[in-house]
Design a protein around this ligand. Structure first.
Ligand code: ZN
Length: 253
């Protein structure tokens, strides 16, 4: 009996041990070096952390191309957008969202019936994104339109709220401060007295956060000049400051 029991125990342990995360390949690193500006500005230790976040995101998701052949580079780039947003936070993979659907272009949303460039569905645990609009977002890095950062920001917002393996990471006092400042600005936008952020930010707290993240990374100087308290609170929430380039302030690995 002992042999069989020992064998079963060994097999059991082997099955339940977490698999080591695959290391980044040379080809994946080349994609980041060539196309991802944020990564290019990091020092060696920070690059290693960024790569870990990319791998953590990429390998924890089920990926599907819809009307597009999903090339490995696309997975690296979309994962890099998540890593950009997650860089200062404790190691997160946006675990609640386990399926990424990549569309060739804008697509008609089943939920809203309208054409979408991207969408986050916390009920399904899915993030959808149009590849054409992904590319547009990074082709114009200073126009504060970036659909990947926008959708990742939605996912991050829900990740904190929805019970999951890594929820509740935002400091509650900071988050409360953010929501209060955001509500003031939402009301100003609705009254046509808003400052910098585009009108869509006035839709609700979720959209306000997602739009603010786009401005945070693409027009940080304007954001800080026009809405300094909101900007400072977002720096504290995300634990990084795009104005502190080339080395973002971030939690150490
Ligand atoms: Zn949105």
């Amino acid at each position: 009996m002992p042999v069989l029991v020992v064998l079963l125990i060994v097999v059991g342990v082997a099955v339940f041990l977490p698999r080591p995360m695959p290391r980044i390949t040379a080809a994946q690193r080349r994609v980041l070096e060539r196309y991802f500006l944020y990564y290019g500005r990091l020092g060696p230790a920070e690059r290693a952390r960024f790569e870990r976040l990319v791998m953590g995101f990429l390998h924890s998701k089920e990926w599907r191309g819809v009307g597009v052949d999903l090339a490995p580079e696309m997975q690296v780039m979309i994962s890099a957008s998540a890593a950009q947003l997650l860089f200062g936070l404790p190691d997160l993979t946006l675990a609640h969202f386990d399926r990424i659907l990549v569309y060739d272009d804008a697509y008609r949303s089943v939920r809203s019936g309208r054409l979408h460039q991207g969408e986050v569905n916390p009920g399904q645990g899915t993030i959808r994104i149009s590849w054409a609009h992904y590319l547009e977002g990074y082709a114009r890095p200073h126009d504060a339109h970036n659909v990947a950062l926008h959708e990742m920001a939605h996912a991050l917002w829900f990740e904190d709220i929805v019970p999951n393996a890594e929820d509740d990471f935002f400091d509650p006092a900071l988050l409360a401060r953010w929501k209060a400042l955001a509500q003031d600005e939402i009301e100003r936008i609705r009254a046509r007295q808003g400052g910098l952020l585009r009108d869509y930010a006035g839709t609700n707290q979720e959209e306000f956060f997602a739009v603010a993240v786009e401005y945070f990374f693409e027009r940080p100087a304007d954001f800080q000049a026009e809405l300094p308290e909101l900007y400072g609170t977002l720096v504290a929430l995300l634990r990084q400051d795009p104005l502190a380039a080339p080395a973002p302030i971030a939690a150490r690995p």
